[in-house]
Write a new protein. Sequence first.
Length: 189
Amino acid sequence: MRRAMLAMALVALASALAGCGAAGWGGGGKPLYRVSAAAERDYVDGNGCVWKADQAYSEAAKWGCLGGLTIRRTEITSLPGTKAPDVYLTERYSMDGYRFDVPNGVYAVRLHFAETYDGITAAGERIFTVKIQGAEAIKDLDVLKEAGKFATPLVKEVTGIEVTDGKLLIEFVANVQNPEINGIEVFGQ
C-alpha cells in the first residue's frame, strides 16, 4: 500500500482534459463520488461533470465530511487553468477528514486544492499532511508553494488505495495553520 500511495501524480492538466468519465490516470476508472467541499448545492463544471454539494457524514448518506468549517470566497472572480472554477471558490477547512462507504476493492482519489485565504501570503504559512486509509499519502503539503501562486488550482492524485472494511477514509493533519480542501473525487479502479 505504501508503494501505491507514492504513485501520486500532479494531474491538473490531465484532469481538465480527461472529462467526466475518466479518472485521468493510466488504469481508467469509474467515478463514484465527485464532491465540491463546502458547496451548498450541486454544480456542473465546464466538462459537464456534476459535483455534489458537501454534507456531513452519516450512515444513511454513505459519505461526507468529518467536522470542519466552511467558507465561500466571493472576492475571487476567476481561477486560471480549470474548467471547474466554482469547486475552488468553496473551501472546507479545519476538518478531521472525509469518509466514503464503498465496496471493498481498489480506488483512486483525486484531491483539489487552491490557496484562497488572504491570510496566507507566503510559502510555509499553511502546511498539512493528508492520510488515506491511515497511511501518509501527501506529507507536508504547502498548497501555495506547490501551486506557485495564490488562487491557483493544485490537483493531487493517489492510486492503488485498498479498501477492505467498506470505508475509504481521508484524514487531514495540521502542521502549520488549518488544513483545507476544495474538492474530492473517488474512482473505482
